[in-house]
Design a protein around this ligand. Sequence first.
Ligand code: SAM
Length: 293
Amino acid sequence: MADGSVDLTNWRSVNRANWDERVAVHLKTSSYDLQPLRSGRGELHAIEEDELGSVDGLRVLHLQCHFGVDTLTLAQRGAQVVGIDFSGPAIEMARSLAAELGLSARARFIECDLYHTPDVLPEPASFDLVYVTWGAINWLPDIEGWAQVVAGFLKPGGKLYLAEGHPTALVFDDAFAMPDNMPGLYAPYFHKEALVIDDPRDYADENAVLKNSLTYEWIHPLGKIITSLLEAGLSLDWLHEHDSVTWQMFDKLVEDDQGMFRWPDKAWLPLSFSLKATRVMASDMSGGCQVKP
Ligand SMILES: C[S@@+](CC[C@H](N)C(=O)[O-])C[C@H]1O[C@@H](n2cnc3c(N)ncnc32)[C@H](O)[C@@H]1O
Protein backbone atom coordinates (compact mmCIF):
# COMPACT_ATOMS: atom_id res chain seq x y z
CA MET A 1 0.00 0.00 0.00
CA ALA A 2 1.10 3.60 -0.59
CA ASP A 3 1.71 4.23 3.14
CA GLY A 4 3.94 1.13 3.38
CA SER A 5 1.43 -0.91 5.35
CA VAL A 6 0.29 -4.34 4.16
CA ASP A 7 -3.12 -4.73 2.50
CA LEU A 8 -4.85 -7.35 4.65
CA THR A 9 -8.16 -7.47 2.78
CA ASN A 10 -7.69 -11.08 1.65
CA TRP A 11 -5.42 -12.54 4.34
CA ARG A 12 -7.92 -15.19 5.41
CA SER A 13 -8.91 -16.48 1.94
CA VAL A 14 -5.28 -16.41 0.74
CA ASN A 15 -4.08 -18.39 3.77
CA ARG A 16 -7.01 -20.80 3.53
CA ALA A 17 -6.21 -21.60 -0.12
CA ASN A 18 -2.63 -22.38 0.92
CA TRP A 19 -3.80 -24.70 3.72
CA ASP A 20 -6.48 -26.37 1.61
CA GLU A 21 -3.78 -27.34 -0.89
CA ARG A 22 -1.42 -28.62 1.83
CA VAL A 23 -3.90 -31.22 3.08
CA ALA A 24 -3.40 -33.55 0.10
CA VAL A 25 0.36 -32.92 0.22
CA HIS A 26 0.60 -33.82 3.92
CA LEU A 27 -1.49 -36.96 3.55
CA LYS A 28 1.33 -38.38 1.40
CA THR A 29 4.24 -37.49 3.74
CA SER A 30 5.88 -39.46 6.53
CA SER A 31 5.65 -36.37 8.79
CA TYR A 32 1.93 -37.09 9.00
CA ASP A 33 2.21 -40.88 9.26
CA LEU A 34 -1.29 -42.17 10.06
CA GLN A 35 -0.14 -45.70 10.86
CA PRO A 36 0.21 -45.26 14.65
CA LEU A 37 -3.25 -43.66 14.79
CA ARG A 38 -4.73 -46.45 12.66
CA SER A 39 -3.18 -49.05 14.94
CA GLY A 40 -4.95 -47.42 17.92
CA ARG A 41 -1.79 -45.83 19.36
CA GLY A 42 -1.51 -42.31 17.98
CA GLU A 43 1.67 -40.48 18.91
CA LEU A 44 2.44 -36.87 19.82
CA HIS A 45 5.91 -35.33 19.47
CA ALA A 46 8.49 -35.94 22.19
CA ILE A 47 7.94 -32.52 23.81
CA GLU A 48 4.17 -32.95 24.27
CA GLU A 49 4.62 -36.55 25.36
CA ASP A 50 6.92 -35.31 28.16
CA GLU A 51 4.83 -32.35 29.24
CA LEU A 52 1.14 -32.84 28.56
CA GLY A 53 0.15 -35.44 31.14
CA SER A 54 -2.98 -37.59 31.03
CA VAL A 55 -5.97 -36.34 29.05
CA ASP A 56 -8.20 -39.24 30.04
CA GLY A 57 -11.72 -37.96 30.79
CA LEU A 58 -10.92 -34.35 29.82
CA ARG A 59 -12.96 -32.14 27.48
CA VAL A 60 -10.35 -30.86 25.02
CA LEU A 61 -10.60 -28.10 22.43
CA HIS A 62 -7.92 -28.39 19.73
CA LEU A 63 -7.52 -25.08 17.93
CA GLN A 64 -6.16 -25.19 14.33
CA CYS A 65 -6.31 -28.99 14.33
CA HIS A 66 -5.38 -29.52 10.64
CA PHE A 67 -6.78 -32.95 9.66
CA GLY A 68 -7.04 -34.11 13.24
CA VAL A 69 -4.08 -36.41 13.82
CA ASP A 70 -3.32 -34.98 17.28
CA THR A 71 -7.01 -34.44 18.03
CA LEU A 72 -7.77 -38.11 17.37
CA THR A 73 -4.68 -39.18 19.32
CA LEU A 74 -6.07 -37.32 22.34
CA ALA A 75 -9.44 -39.00 21.76
CA GLN A 76 -7.73 -42.40 21.69
CA ARG A 77 -6.32 -41.50 25.10
CA GLY A 78 -9.77 -40.99 26.58
CA ALA A 79 -10.42 -37.29 25.92
CA GLN A 80 -13.68 -35.92 24.55
CA VAL A 81 -12.37 -33.62 21.80
CA VAL A 82 -13.51 -30.82 19.54
CA GLY A 83 -11.14 -29.82 16.72
CA ILE A 84 -11.54 -26.59 14.77
CA ASP A 85 -9.79 -25.48 11.61
CA PHE A 86 -10.70 -23.08 8.79
CA SER A 87 -9.69 -25.53 6.03
CA GLY A 88 -12.67 -27.43 4.57
CA PRO A 89 -10.56 -30.30 3.16
CA ALA A 90 -8.76 -30.63 6.52
CA ILE A 91 -12.00 -30.90 8.47
CA GLU A 92 -13.49 -33.30 5.91
CA MET A 93 -10.43 -35.56 6.27
CA ALA A 94 -10.53 -35.30 10.08
CA ARG A 95 -14.19 -36.41 10.12
CA SER A 96 -13.48 -39.26 7.76
CA LEU A 97 -10.56 -40.44 9.92
CA ALA A 98 -12.71 -40.21 13.06
CA ALA A 99 -15.35 -42.40 11.38
CA GLU A 100 -12.75 -44.89 10.14
CA LEU A 101 -11.25 -45.17 13.64
CA GLY A 102 -14.64 -45.47 15.37
CA LEU A 103 -14.00 -42.19 17.23
CA SER A 104 -16.88 -40.06 15.93
CA ALA A 105 -18.64 -40.18 19.31
CA ARG A 106 -15.57 -38.76 21.10
CA ALA A 107 -14.27 -36.40 18.38
CA ARG A 108 -16.21 -33.56 16.77
CA PHE A 109 -14.71 -31.39 14.02
CA ILE A 110 -15.85 -27.91 13.07
CA GLU A 111 -14.81 -25.86 10.04
CA CYS A 112 -14.38 -22.28 11.18
CA ASP A 113 -11.96 -19.43 11.50
CA LEU A 114 -10.21 -19.22 14.87
CA TYR A 115 -11.72 -15.84 15.69
CA HIS A 116 -15.24 -17.03 14.82
CA THR A 117 -15.05 -20.12 17.04
CA PRO A 118 -17.06 -18.62 19.95
CA ASP A 119 -19.99 -17.98 17.53
CA VAL A 120 -19.88 -21.43 15.96
CA LEU A 121 -19.22 -23.33 19.20
CA PRO A 122 -21.37 -21.59 21.81
CA GLU A 123 -19.94 -23.58 24.73
CA PRO A 124 -18.09 -20.97 26.83
CA ALA A 125 -16.10 -21.99 29.92
CA SER A 126 -16.69 -25.68 29.23
CA PHE A 127 -13.28 -27.18 28.35
CA ASP A 128 -10.65 -28.64 30.70
CA LEU A 129 -7.88 -28.20 28.15
CA VAL A 130 -7.27 -26.01 25.12
CA TYR A 131 -4.54 -27.57 22.98
CA VAL A 132 -2.52 -25.54 20.44
CA THR A 133 0.66 -26.81 18.84
CA TRP A 134 3.30 -26.33 16.15
CA GLY A 135 2.74 -23.68 13.56
CA ALA A 136 -0.62 -22.32 14.70
CA ILE A 137 -0.33 -18.78 16.11
CA ASN A 138 1.94 -17.48 13.32
CA TRP A 139 -1.17 -17.63 11.09
CA LEU A 140 -3.10 -15.25 13.35
CA PRO A 141 -2.96 -11.46 13.10
CA ASP A 142 -4.25 -10.67 16.60
CA ILE A 143 -2.60 -12.52 19.48
CA GLU A 144 -4.68 -10.70 22.10
CA GLY A 145 -7.86 -11.80 20.31
CA TRP A 146 -6.51 -15.37 20.22
CA ALA A 147 -5.86 -15.29 23.99
CA GLN A 148 -9.44 -14.09 24.57
CA VAL A 149 -10.76 -17.02 22.52
CA VAL A 150 -8.63 -19.47 24.52
CA ALA A 151 -9.70 -18.00 27.88
CA GLY A 152 -13.36 -17.92 26.89
CA PHE A 153 -13.49 -21.68 26.32
CA LEU A 154 -11.69 -22.75 29.51
CA LYS A 155 -13.47 -23.74 32.68
CA PRO A 156 -12.07 -21.99 35.76
CA GLY A 157 -8.99 -24.07 36.59
CA GLY A 158 -8.83 -25.38 32.99
CA LYS A 159 -5.45 -25.38 31.21
CA LEU A 160 -3.98 -24.12 27.97
CA TYR A 161 -1.16 -26.23 26.53
CA LEU A 162 0.80 -24.36 23.84
CA ALA A 163 3.89 -25.64 21.99
CA GLU A 164 5.25 -23.48 19.18
CA GLY A 165 8.23 -22.42 17.12
CA HIS A 166 10.24 -19.90 19.15
CA PRO A 167 9.76 -16.34 17.86
CA THR A 168 13.48 -15.57 18.20
CA ALA A 169 14.21 -18.42 15.78
CA LEU A 170 11.32 -17.59 13.44
CA VAL A 171 12.96 -14.28 12.46
CA PHE A 172 15.87 -16.22 10.86
CA ASP A 173 15.76 -17.92 7.48
CA ASP A 174 18.11 -19.97 5.29
CA ALA A 175 17.29 -17.75 2.31
CA PHE A 176 19.25 -14.96 4.09
CA ALA A 177 22.18 -17.26 4.98
CA MET A 178 25.34 -15.82 6.59
CA PRO A 179 28.79 -16.48 5.01
CA ASP A 180 29.18 -19.51 7.33
CA ASN A 181 25.81 -20.86 6.07
CA MET A 182 24.03 -20.18 9.33
CA PRO A 183 20.50 -18.85 8.75
CA GLY A 184 20.37 -15.05 8.63
CA LEU A 185 17.93 -12.50 10.01
CA TYR A 186 15.01 -11.79 7.66
CA ALA A 187 12.54 -9.93 9.86
CA PRO A 188 12.86 -7.80 12.97
CA TYR A 189 11.66 -9.51 16.16
CA PHE A 190 9.23 -6.66 16.87
CA HIS A 191 7.78 -6.64 13.35
CA LYS A 192 4.08 -5.81 13.81
CA GLU A 193 2.90 -5.97 10.22
CA ALA A 194 2.01 -9.16 8.39
CA LEU A 195 4.89 -10.88 6.62
CA VAL A 196 3.74 -11.44 3.05
CA ILE A 197 5.55 -14.56 1.92
CA ASP A 198 5.52 -16.13 -1.54
CA ASP A 199 7.04 -19.58 -1.09
CA PRO A 200 5.86 -22.70 -2.95
CA ARG A 201 7.71 -25.06 -0.56
CA ASP A 202 6.09 -27.14 2.15
CA TYR A 203 7.75 -27.91 5.50
CA ALA A 204 6.70 -31.58 5.41
CA ASP A 205 7.48 -32.45 1.77
CA GLU A 206 10.70 -31.20 0.18
CA ASN A 207 9.39 -32.04 -3.31
CA ALA A 208 6.11 -30.15 -3.01
CA VAL A 209 5.50 -27.10 -5.22
CA LEU A 210 2.41 -25.31 -3.94
CA LYS A 211 0.28 -23.40 -6.44
CA ASN A 212 -1.24 -21.30 -3.67
CA SER A 213 2.16 -20.14 -2.53
CA LEU A 214 1.25 -16.75 -1.05
CA THR A 215 0.72 -16.50 2.72
CA TYR A 216 0.27 -13.82 5.37
CA GLU A 217 2.02 -14.65 8.64
CA TRP A 218 2.83 -12.86 11.87
CA ILE A 219 5.65 -13.01 14.40
CA HIS A 220 4.37 -12.71 17.96
CA PRO A 221 7.07 -11.86 20.52
CA LEU A 222 7.17 -14.20 23.49
CA GLY A 223 6.40 -11.44 26.01
CA LYS A 224 3.34 -10.38 24.00
CA ILE A 225 2.02 -13.96 23.89
CA ILE A 226 2.34 -14.36 27.65
CA THR A 227 1.03 -10.90 28.51
CA SER A 228 -1.99 -11.50 26.24
CA LEU A 229 -2.76 -14.71 28.15
CA LEU A 230 -2.37 -12.98 31.54
CA GLU A 231 -4.61 -10.13 30.45
CA ALA A 232 -7.22 -12.63 29.22
CA GLY A 233 -7.43 -14.17 32.70
CA LEU A 234 -4.90 -17.01 32.71
CA SER A 235 -1.95 -17.49 35.04
CA LEU A 236 1.31 -19.03 33.85
CA ASP A 237 2.19 -22.46 35.31
CA TRP A 238 5.52 -22.77 33.47
CA LEU A 239 7.36 -21.83 30.29
CA HIS A 240 10.00 -24.07 28.69
CA GLU A 241 12.40 -23.10 25.89
CA HIS A 242 13.69 -26.00 23.78
CA ASP A 243 16.71 -26.55 21.52
CA SER A 244 14.64 -28.74 19.21
CA VAL A 245 11.55 -28.32 17.04
CA THR A 246 9.22 -30.64 15.14
CA TRP A 247 10.14 -29.61 11.60
CA GLN A 248 13.29 -28.83 9.56
CA MET A 249 13.21 -25.14 10.49
CA PHE A 250 16.75 -24.61 9.10
CA ASP A 251 18.91 -26.66 6.70
CA LYS A 252 21.57 -26.97 9.41
CA LEU A 253 19.30 -28.84 11.84
CA VAL A 254 19.67 -32.59 12.18
CA GLU A 255 16.91 -35.05 12.98
CA ASP A 256 17.35 -37.01 16.21
CA ASP A 257 16.07 -40.51 16.96
CA GLN A 258 12.79 -39.07 18.25
CA GLY A 259 12.08 -37.23 14.99
CA MET A 260 12.92 -33.82 16.49
CA PHE A 261 15.17 -31.37 14.61
CA ARG A 262 18.05 -29.82 16.57
CA TRP A 263 21.35 -27.94 16.12
CA PRO A 264 24.25 -30.22 15.11
CA ASP A 265 26.69 -28.92 17.75
CA LYS A 266 26.09 -25.73 19.77
CA ALA A 267 22.45 -25.02 20.60
CA TRP A 268 22.59 -21.50 19.11
CA LEU A 269 19.06 -20.30 19.59
CA PRO A 270 15.98 -21.75 21.23
CA LEU A 271 14.00 -23.39 18.42
CA SER A 272 10.68 -23.83 20.19
CA PHE A 273 8.87 -23.10 23.43
CA SER A 274 6.00 -24.61 25.33
CA LEU A 275 3.87 -23.38 28.18
CA LYS A 276 1.02 -24.38 30.39
CA ALA A 277 -1.36 -21.74 31.76
CA THR A 278 -4.42 -22.00 33.98
CA ARG A 279 -7.74 -20.17 33.65
CA VAL A 280 -7.97 -18.23 36.88
CA MET A 281 -11.11 -18.72 39.03
CA ALA A 282 -13.27 -15.58 38.89
CA SER A 283 -12.72 -15.03 42.64
CA ASP A 284 -8.90 -15.22 42.23
CA MET A 285 -8.75 -12.53 39.59
CA SER A 286 -7.07 -9.33 40.62
CA GLY A 287 -7.71 -6.02 38.84
CA GLY A 288 -4.76 -6.44 36.44
CA CYS A 289 -5.84 -9.85 35.21
CA GLN A 290 -9.52 -9.36 34.45
CA VAL A 291 -10.91 -10.53 31.13
CA LYS A 292 -11.65 -7.43 29.13
CA PRO A 293 -15.40 -6.74 28.75
C1 SAM B 1 0.75 -26.15 10.93
S1 SAM B 1 -0.94 -26.50 11.04
C2 SAM B 1 -1.12 -26.91 12.71
C3 SAM B 1 -0.75 -28.31 12.86
C4 SAM B 1 -1.43 -28.93 14.04
N1 SAM B 1 -0.67 -28.70 15.19
C5 SAM B 1 -1.70 -30.39 13.89
O1 SAM B 1 -2.21 -30.93 14.85
O2 SAM B 1 -1.44 -30.97 12.86
C6 SAM B 1 -1.75 -24.94 11.03
C7 SAM B 1 -3.25 -25.07 10.89
O3 SAM B 1 -3.83 -23.80 11.17
C8 SAM B 1 -4.97 -23.68 10.35
N2 SAM B 1 -5.30 -22.24 10.31
C9 SAM B 1 -4.53 -21.24 9.84
N3 SAM B 1 -5.15 -20.06 10.02
C10 SAM B 1 -6.34 -20.32 10.62
C11 SAM B 1 -7.42 -19.51 11.06
N4 SAM B 1 -7.42 -18.17 10.90
N5 SAM B 1 -8.48 -20.11 11.65
C12 SAM B 1 -8.52 -21.47 11.80
N6 SAM B 1 -7.53 -22.30 11.37
C13 SAM B 1 -6.44 -21.72 10.80
C14 SAM B 1 -4.56 -24.28 9.02
O4 SAM B 1 -5.65 -24.67 8.22
C15 SAM B 1 -3.71 -25.47 9.51
O5 SAM B 1 -4.49 -26.66 9.56
